[in-house]
Design a protein around this ligand. Sequence first.
Ligand code: SF4
Length: 281
Amino acid sequence: MNRYPFKIFGRSEKDYWRDRSGFEVPSLRISLTSGCNENCFYCHNEGVPKKMTSVIQTGDIINNIYMLREYGLKKIKFTGGEPLLFKDLKNLLYKIRHIADADIFITTNGTLVRKRMKDLSPNIINKISVSLDTLNPDIYKFITGKNLLGEVLSGLNMLKKNGYNIEIDNLLLKGLNTDKKCLNDIIGYCSENGFSLQFIELSDKTESGIYRNYYGDPVKILQKSGMDFNSLKSNDRQFFKINGAKITLCRNVKDPCESSGGRCSGLRLLPNGFLKNFLYE
Ligand code: SF4
């Protein structure tokens, strides 16, 4: 069969079809498991039902990445449940680094970092995001149902010593972690340790009772605590700096299509092995 179109333009057949279809998948979010070792009262488990069977294996993930790299895959993010519960993590990360030229991110609750440290590598993982809503042990236990704040902090310490790029994810829960002291504590902790900090607005998709009780407008919360940032910017992410800490305010996305300029075509790989569109359930 004559394949001259690809020879003429010096492009591969795969590039040709990708360009013809205009189909791109810049990001892949992989829920490695639906299980978690914590029990946060607000948990929506990334939209993955907790009872979903976690059957996905390293080979399935590699096959998907192998296919998607032909469609411009640039970013791979591991989530859960708790992704550090995935047993074959070391092998998986190593294999991905060898087949794909994509940035790798992990979002974790941080409680298992110490135990899984030998399976992680700062040369493979571009950023590790650790959920940490408070530095107060009692509030931490109330939120997560577990007494594991010490584990998280020692895990963070190890990540820092090993040169990881670290971000702290702090969900704003009105009346729990939004007073001036709580906010200043977490900002101080991040700035002392050189961690980025992301304040997150409680999702309007959270169970209604929880949303009613704990939702607070993040702009008002941060301004009330004397934080100075550009509140007029209308997109879903706002960046500012306090005492050297690099802070992001991550807001609910009102219109996913508009927010991404109609370009977002990331996919999600679920623990049961199914691929789904990133934004629309
Ligand atoms: S750590 Fe994350 S996945 Fe686990 S219960 Fe909390 S919010 Fe849910």
